[in-house]
Ligand binder design. Structure first.
Ligand code: NAD
Length: 275
């Protein structure tokens, strides 16, 4: 049985919260600040941001406005595609720290595997790790072939791969590969950006526990051993999404949700992204 502060140990020993707030498309600074502050007040201990989201500043401000200590909140950010390459990544990271007004990150990711650049980008992330400016290294949107290429040049395997993952896109092969390589999976768009929130099979399972479809999906992620970072700017939903630690799906429920995969993406495929 997990709690809102439960963690998963990364392969370097760092404990990463299993549950956090995603902040993509929180474009309005006031809305971003209020949503992140609301999540921290609700007990969230992790925030997933990125330079591309243009709200790192609000993450830092909300953290300082809450009564939480920096070390109690796990902050992930990502280097955007146009900033990739070795020197560029080091510069982008400095800007990210300035925006957040902090002196370290818990986790820094290559946002997308920009062809010809992602291995160099990761080499810079390794340097930040060696310099103890980040607690853990990671990547996002890396397919198996990207990871294989990285392994050829990397000194340390990424600890995390953040990929699109929800009941309509279960990513079994990539998940298995990451598991074999001690890479923890974070599920982005864990609710399928809202597209999975009308699923009748999941509704039926959730209703047995008095839980919403969103809560049932978040619970499926937790019990599948994924880190899960649902996004909402609605205060009641920020609370609802965190209210998933008082019930447990049965193995039969889990197996049923596992079967509704459609290999359906709501974001870009990493191999077809317009870099
Ligand atoms: P999501 O799957 O978390 O869905 C968010 C949407 O679902 C919200 O906008 C809201 O409309 C709806 N929603 C949320 N909670 C709800 C509830 N309880 N009831 C009803 N509707 C609800 O989508 P997302 O924002 O795309 O993904 C989550 C996070 O993943 C992002 O904020 C970001 O941090 C990360 N992400 C990363 C990448 C990447 O390339 N690494 C890409 C996309 C998202």
């Amino acid at each position: 049985m997990y709690s809102i502060t439960s963690t998963k140990k990364l392969h370097n020993g760092i404990e990463m919260p299993r549950f956090g707030l995603g902040v993509y498309k929180m474009d309005d600074p006031e809305e971003a600040f209020n949503s992140i502050k609301k999540a921290l007040d609700t007990g969230y201990v992790a925030v997933d941001t990125a330079a591309f989201y243009k709200n790192e500043q609000q993450v830092g401000e909300a953290l300082r406005a809450s009564n939480k200590k920096r070390e109690d909140i796990f902050i992930t950010s990502k280097v955007w595609n146009t900033d990739q390459g070795y020197d560029e990544t080091l510069r982008a990271f400095e800007k990210t720290l300035t925006e957040l007004n902090t002196d370290y990150l818990d986790l820094y990711l290559t946002h997308w595997p920009v062809p010809e650049k992602f291995a160099e980008t990761y080499r810079a992330i390794e340097r930040l790790y060696d310099e103890k400016l980040i607690q853990a290294t990671g990547v996002s949107n890396h397919e198996i072939h990207h990871l294989e290429k990285l392994f050829a040049s990397a000194n340390i395997k990424p600890m995390v791969n953040q990929v699109e993952l929800h009941p309509y896109l279960s990513q079994v092969e990539l998940r298995n590969y990451c598991k074999e390589n001690d890479i923890v999976i974070t599920a982005w768009s864990p609710l399928g950006r809202g597209h999975v929130l009308h699923d009748e099979t999941i509704a039926e399972i959730g209703s047995k526990f008095g839980k919403s479809i969103a809560q049932t999906i978040i619970r499926w992620h937790l019990q599948s051993d994924h880190i899960v970072i649902p996004k909402s700017v609605t205060p009641s939903r920020i609370e609802e999404n965190a209210n998933v630690f008082d019930f447990e799906l049965t193995s039969e429920d889990m197996a049923t949700i596992d079967t509704i995969n459609r290999n359906e993406r709501f974001g870009s495929h990493p191999d077809h992204f317009k870099y």
